[in-house]
Ligand binder design. Structure first.
Ligand code: RIB
Ligand code: CA
Length: 307
């Protein structure tokens, strides 16, 4: 029996988060130890409710803990224009099981899981990095048992929330700066690949009759505004899971990344120093390209494994 890779997913579901969670939870290679929620696409209450409804839908008994209800410094923003008012418009989920939410704050739940794990844990943030920054500030000892952080966020080129800023970083740039400067090995799976991790109408139609999860995703996609049915729906968060399971489909470079906090026009930008102008140490592996055909094949095959 192959050892499953232990991971914690920090998420703000979110339609593309829901797809990423499906793939991770049904993968034979990942051991999802804990799911933590963070305000991002919609409010903390809504993303937490969504995470609990997804656990019921997927029939998975993975603990869920709620985290930060706002960024460290900035005023909260949201992406309800992309995911709908509920954060997961388009499908009528059943109510979650009662009392399934851990009483621990997400940061404390992560601390407990990381420090009690026999193997180092990979942290997979697919929302703003508020919880991760708080974890590192409250419990710096966790760095001794974190294998790496594989995050969906940032961009080596242009933004989708600001001219140069990707949403997860733009939502809480101070948190992102703490994470990128933590010294923990980081893989940045940003817009440069997310924009190419596309699902087209013909794929979406295949999902409709694939299985219960595919049908649910098909209905969410009718409301998802991360791209368009015609030009392709952007599977940002699934690209982070794809890196965990099939890194060969990516082109990545080791470089220095920092986060702009004070730029009047560029706050929230991940400054990816590909040419070494800053003369600083490598602190991240940045995904700069993806094979779109390999992604699409992997994506559809992964969802076939779901209920
Ligand atoms: O920029 C894309 C990211 O912002 C994704 O994680 C999406 O869910 C939103 O949180
Ligand atoms: Ca997300």
């Amino acid at each position: 029996m192959m050892n499953k890779r232990p991971i914690i997913i920090d998420t703000d579901p979110g339609i593309d988060d829901a797809v990423a969670l499906a793939i991770a939870l049904y993968s034979e290679e990942l051991d999802v130890r804990l799911i933590t929620t963070v305000a991002g696409n919609v409010s903390l209450e809504k993303v937490t409710y969504n995470a609990l409804r997804l656990m019921k839908f997927f029939e998975k008994d993975v603990p869920v803990a709620a985290g930060a209800n706002r960024p460290l410094i900035k005023a909260p923003i949201d992406a309800s224009n992309i995911h709908g008012e509920t954060g997961m418009d388009g499908y009528e989920f059943e109510e979650p099981e009662p009392n399934k939410l851990l009483s621990d704050h997400a940061v404390n739940a992560m601390h407990k899981e990381i420090m009690s794990s026999k193997e180092p844990i990979t942290i997979v943030p697919i929302g703003p990095l508020t919880n991760i920054a708080l974890l590192l500030r409250l419990y710096p000892e966790v760095t001794t048992n974190i294998q790496e952080i594989v995050l969906m966020g940032g961009s080596a080129s242009r933004g989708n929330a600001g001219v140069m800023a990707e949403f997860n970083i733009f939502a809480d740039p101070e948190a992102a700066k703490i994470v990128f400067n933590s010294g923990i090995p980081i893989v940045m799976v940003g817009l440069d690949v997310g924009l190419k991790a596309l699902v087209y109408p013909e794929d979406s139609q295949k999902l409709k009759d694939m299985n219960k999860t595919g049908n649910m995703i098909f209905h969410l996609f009718q409301k998802y505004r991360g791209g368009s049915m015609k030009t392709g729906l952007k599977m940002y968060d699934s690209s982070a899971i794809a890196y965990l399971l099939q890194p060969s489909m990516f082109e990545a470079v080791d470089t220095h990344v920092d986060v702009e906090l004070n730029g009047t026009l560029t706050a929230g930008c991940t400054v990816v120093d590909l040419k070494g102008y800053l003369g600083k140490e490598v602190n991240a592996k940045v995904c700069i390209d993806i094979n779109p055909d390999e992604f699409k094949k992997w994506f559809m095959e992964s969802l076939k494994k779901c209920n």
